[in-house]
Design a binder for this molecule. Sequence first.
Ligand code: GLU
Length: 428
Amino acid sequence: MSESLFTDASRRLERALKYVSLSEDTIERLKYPKSSLIVSIPVRMDDGSLRIFQGYRVRYDDTRGPSKGGVRYHPKVSLDEVQSLAFWMTFKCAVLNIPFGGAKGGITVNPKELSKLELERLSRGYVDAIADFIGPDVDIPAPDVYTNPMIMGWMMDQYNIIKRQLSPAVVTGKPVTIGGSLGRDTATATGAFFVIQNLLPKFNRTPWETTVAVQGFGNAGAELAELLWKAGYKVVAVSDSQGGIHAKQGLDIPSIRRFKEANKGIKAIYCEGSVCNIVEHEILTNEQLLALDVDVLVPAALENQITAQNVNDVKAKFIFEVANGPIDSAADLILEARGIQVFPDILVNAGGVTVSYFEWVQNRSGLYWTLEEVNQRLQHKMVEETEAIWTKSQELSVCMRTAAYVYGLQRLGEAMNAKGTRDYYLNG
Ligand code: GLU
């Protein structure tokens, strides 16, 4: 793809601007990231050699609060990608009315090739490089693709060592024993589940007559597949980065998760107690999974999975974006013209950052909540904002993505006005 991801991401903003009246200052400011940091991270490898890794941290906007967003470890991480992800975080936090701005970080690395100790040195080295750039009131990292609670724990610890004080709220998604929130590990999937459960009935859909395919079997995809399976949806296909499986009669998701855990791959199996049988299934590529004739498609892997090249192969009626940016702007228009309902990333996957916010609140108050409390608050927030965006999309007769951007833009615009824009002074 020749065009940058960020240029494409900005198109969503341009589309939404037609439906909202904003001061020119706001529009101008939202076109550019607040600051972008590129760092070189020297890491002593286990064999004694030194490797330098490239890392990034982009703070897109902090008008509504400290900037917030995950850190991604992936061989394809680039400044363009991190900047786009930081842009999406800005809107995600505004849409969920979380008092944060947007940021994102990343390291260009294949973490699967590193030992645990190398990974720890890399994570601590990353914090050494960005320590002056982050903080509980400045910018708060969290997990993203291929980062996890263990890595967040190292990052928090390294920050505390540098600052010589305990600041658990500098990072979210930490292990629960050192200040993580209950329910943060499953929050992205749980939030997406609440959104799906809220929206599908509007189309007279019941779980038992709804087939689902999930692309991506990581933290979010696998957990969501299981929640849907438990609620009675027929999950007929799942895939990970190696490829996927499809079984018309539906898959037994808990068995597949156990198999993946033990074997680092996926196979369609049914386990009863300790007895597991491999059931009839078809092996698929990730591309083929996207083209399956299912009711609901859930891209839960990486960006740019559905583009102008393959959009016409998509047969699903509903797409819930659990990954960030899985559909490009050209494909968006085609899906809309074909009547396929797309529910956008900045709403659907916002459960993760919502519980990150809850974690930050708990760290700062010193009072920790039960899992039920976390999930109840999460449900309340997801349902409230889903309903508001749904209403906006009906009022304006626009797709849910544009409605979500309009909605987020209004909150960002109000916050920017309150700090002072030309219009604010002229009209105020
Ligand atoms: N990486 C997640 C996202 O893209 C979570 C960010 C956070 O918790 O700050 O939304």
